[in-house]
Design a protein around this ligand. Structure first.
Ligand code: ATP
Length: 298
């Protein structure tokens, strides 16, 4: 996190918050409250939204580029500010600015990332700050994935996604991401999926022993249903495998599909090919952020 000085000389803080992929995602069961228990290896990747925050006397102001998401109460960034100010009314108010680069409704967790960024920024502006466990309690009220973005490091997520165990020792996998312009009806996908049993412990040990055989580990219980609804995603997966991917999987509830490559130059070359082959799609080339993020600091 960095500090900027604006013209009226009140400091604004800036945070670049990464997207995530689910290297695997097992849906274990449905809970009485409607949420699902999951077991997922969540990895931050090098595509970032940018959020800035500055104190104001009262109220919330949200500006910038929402990438098509309204800059009002419907925005998770706004809701995060509301929830934080509810817990810490002494802060007064906040002016936020959002620059979206993470594709929206993509399975890359962009909304959750922005919400977590706002919590982290506001906590930096509050004196004294909330503890990380208190911040995590606010985060989970905003969404099951939000706690992951408070830490932004590779983690095994269980519970509804809020119980996080950091995983060290993974390589910075080079990735090609392709998001087809299809809308995934997440609730429908969850209603149709087949549940599997979690074998996360074994899988993490095997993955760390054989990190360059990712295909053995890539599982997403939501994928089969989504691919059935959107056959184009199957074609994209097959195309990436034909281009030498070590593993290909849909992230979260999709529709973004990620492919793991051995080197970044190889990923870049396939990314350029993908731009020509799939002109209607968003294509991204990046890496897994395998080391802990720089975290909170001025
Ligand atoms: P997940 O992987 O956590 O399921 P996602 O990556 O599929 O999420 P998001 O980009 O987080 O999807 O968007 C999901 C919904 O949240 C969209 O319908 C969008 O309108 C809404 N939303 C609210 N605020 C934001 C935000 N700041 N960024 C993105 N989406 C937002």
């Amino acid at each position: 996190m960095t500090t900027r000085q604006n013209s009226s000389s009140d400091a604004s803080l800036l945070l670049e918050v990464p997207a995530k992929i689910n290297f695997w995602l097992e849906v274990l069961n449905r809970r009485p409250d409607g949420y699902h228990n999951v077991s997922s290896l969540m990895l931050p990747i090098g595509i970032h939204d940018r959020v800035t925050a500055a104190r104001r006397e009262r109220g919330i102001e949200l500006g910038g580029d929402g990438g098509g998401v309204p800059l009002d109460r419907n925005n998770l960034a706004w809701r995060a500010a509301e929830i934080f100010l509810g817990a810490r009314p002494d802060l007064g108010g906040v002016r936020l600015e959002l620059t979206k680069r993470i594709p929206v409704a993509a399975g890359l967790g962009g909304g959750s990332a922005d919400a977590a960024a706002v919590l982290l920024l506001l906590n930096r502006l509050a004196e004294p700050p909330l503890s990380l466990p208190d911040l995590a309690r606010l985060a989970v009220q905003l969404g099951a994935d939000v706690p992951f973005f408070l830490r932004r490091c590779p983690a095994l997520a269980t519970g509804i996604g809020e119980i996080l165990e950091p995983i060290h020792g993974l390589p910075p996998y080079p990735l090609v991401l392709i998001k087809a312009p299809v809308a995934v009806a997440t609730a429908l996908v969850y209603s149709r999926l087949k549940l599997t049993r979690g074998g996360a412990r074994t899988r993490i040990a095997t993955l760390l022993a054989h990190p360059w055989e990712p295909r053995r580990h890539l599982v997403n219980d939501l994928e089969a249903v989504t691919l059935e609804m959107h056959p184009r995603l199957k074609q994209i997966k097959a195309w990436l495998y034909r281009r030498g991917a070590l593993g290909v999987l849909m992230s979260g509830s999709g529709p973004t599909v990620f492919a793991v490559y051995r080197t970044l130059p190889e990923a870049r070359a396939i990314g350029s090919e993908a731009d020509n082959e799939w002109p209607e799609c968003w294509v991204g080339v990046t890496e897994v952020l395998a080391s802990p993020s720089t975290g909170v600091g001025r």
